[in-house]
Design a protein around this ligand. Structure first.
Ligand code: HEM
Ligand code: HEM
Ligand SMILES: [Fe+2]
Length: 450
């Protein structure tokens, strides 16, 4: 760590990790509901719908807090200056965390807008907007004052502004449900396949420059190509959600063609990263940080690129739409792209924030955490996929009712649950490891760079 104000990143990482732990525990409860008939008295207090809202909103909240912390770590180094208002950054964390807790408690009492992933009521949305404006003002002012623009921080800022703008479209409730869903996707799709991809590309570029010692020019040249492709395919690719909600027919073509191209920029990211890793001038240490980086780009490609492509063409989506096939892709993509990105950044930044010698740390338990989480999520996603294919076949080909087709799916949801247990264990090992990182034992290698 070179700048004092980078320290504000740490409390963001801590809150993000604790919310991650809570999120996966609620995930287990969701899975139980699919194979075990929960007594009505329990359902009355804590229904599947409430738990699902908590699980997904917690995911979005902790991932965003992680991105914000990572931004606060990265911007001082990129601008070569201290953050404009470090105290504001702490106030913002308090505001956003309290809003998150209020929203979760509110869900228990039915205080919700009802739309999946965007359940948070309008009043709380306004507080979130205030928190995000504080964030953008802090980051923007730091960058403007420093007058040292780089492509990496430019794309980070573009992604963050894009993210904030899209959120606004999900705040009002449109009386016409087709219109409501139309804008719902501006938040959901344009976030994960637009704004968040820009943020991911920028954070990955930053870590790569620091870890590999590869020239900034090389990394940033490819960053432009990736960003252009992400925006070109991702924006028109929104159409893959407009097939069946009452939008004009041409979306079948636009959505099909452009979203089918979306795996390309992700593949390019894999190729770029591996090339930079091969050209590195610094040692591959600590190994765990590299395991995370490589694991992230591979699972990002499989979860978003391959599992996304599998159901993006209208001819296939007609059968799989809104089934467990969607859930399978949702988990592997979110985990591969954004959970692992956050954790990679935490493993990169925390040893530096703590000033561990050579930026190295005792890795042992961390490897268990990585493999249990990753194999657990892969297994879980495969089980969701089997359940989804069964569901699509029974409901959409054989014409069975929703409840009848759930019967054979129970077994696969039990398999989801078993993998979920491994994921939860891995998550807790990882949280403990990250929050108690210790210096590497004597005799371990020298560590990697600045
Ligand atoms: C990291 C990037 C991505 C993430 C985190 C992600 C996540 C998700 C999630 C959570 C959903 C479910 C939304 C809902 O209905 O509740 C979804 C739906 C969908 N995703 Fe992705 N996705 C990503 C990238 C992609 C890509 C690149 C493609 C195509 C190549 C794709 C294709 C689809 C399709 C077609 C659906 C709609 C499924 C349906 O009709 O039910 N996704 N995605
Ligand atoms: C112990 C691990 C986990 C288990 C057992 C689990 C289980 C579930 C279940 C059963 C659902 C409901 C699916 C439905 O509505 O039919 C769900 C939804 C969801 N979960 Fe998880 N989950 C876990 C971890 C995660 C993680 C790590 C993430 C990503 C950060 C995540 C993101 C989501 C999302 C985005 C949805 C909504 C999917 C959609 O709309 O298609 N989950 N989860
Ligand atoms: Fe999408």
């Amino acid at each position: 760590m070179t700048y004092r104000t980078q320290n504000v990143a740490f409390p963001y990482f801590v809150v993000a990790l604790l919310l991650f732990g809570l999120q996966v525990i609620v995930g287990l409860w969701l899975a139980i509901n699919y194979f075990f008939t929960v007594p009505q008295d329990v359902v009355n207090v804590f229904s599947f719908a409430t738990a699902r809202a908590m699980h997904t909103n917690l995911a979005v909240l902790w991932l965003l807090l992680g991105f914000m912390g990572s931004t606060f770590y990265m911007v001082p180094e990129e601008t070569e200056s201290e953050l404009a208002w470090p105290k504001l950054a702490v106030a913002q964390l308090v505001i956003l965390s309290l809003t998150g807790v209020t929203a979760l408690v509110g869900f228990l009492f039915g205080w919700t807008q009802g739309r999946p992933l965007l359940e948070i009521p309008f009043t709380l949305d306004v507080v979130i907007v205030i928190g995000v404006l504080m964030f953008l003002a802090n980051i923007g002012t730091t960058m403007i004052r420093a007058k040292r623009w780089t492509a990496t921080q430019g794309s980070l800022l573009a992604g963050l502004v894009f993210l904030a703008l899209m959120y606004l479209f999900g705040m009002p409730f449109y009386k016409n449900l087709a219109v409501d869903w139309y804008y719902w996707w501006w938040v959901i799709h344009l976030w994960v396949e637009g704004a968040w991809e820009l943020i991911a590309a920028a954070l990955t570029a930053f870590i790569l420059m620091k870890l590999t010692g590869v020239d900034r020019k090389v990394v940033e040249k490819w960053l432009y190509v990736e960003l252009g492709l992400f925006l070109f395919t991702g924006i028109a690719g929104t159409g893959h959600h407009y097939y069946w909600l009452g939008a004009p027919k041409y979306w079948l073509w636009v959505g099909g063609i452009f979203s089918a191209l979306e795996p390309l920029p992700i593949l390019l990211m894999v190729v770029d990263t591996l090339r930079d890793v091969r050209k590195r001038t610094k040692p591959l240490e600590p190994k765990l940080t590299w395991v995370y980086l490589i694991g992230m780009i591979i699972l990002h490609f499989i979860g978003a690129g391959l599992f996304g492509f599998a159901h993006t063409l209208p001819g296939i989506n007609y059968y799989t739409h809104g089934s467990q096939v969607t859930v399978s892709h949702g988990h592997l993509a979110f985990f591969g792209a954004y959970v692992l990105l956050n954790l990679t950044f935490f493993y990169f930044a925390i040893p530096r924030l703590k000033g561990l010698p050579g930026n190295n740390y005792d890795e042992r338990a961390g490897h268990w955490g990585f493999w249990m989480m990753s194999l657990g999520v892969v297994g879980m996603s495969l089980a969701f996929a089997v359940a989804g294919v069964l569901q699509s076949y029974l409901e959409r080909m054989m014409g069975q009712s929703y409840m009848l087709s759930q019967e054979p799916i129970r077994f696969w949801m039990f398999v989801v649950f078993l993998h979920g247990l491994i994921v939860v264990a891995g998550v807790f090992i990882t949280i403990k490891h990250l929050l108690t990182l210790k210096p590497a034992p004597a005799g371990a290698g020298g560590g990697a760079g600045s």
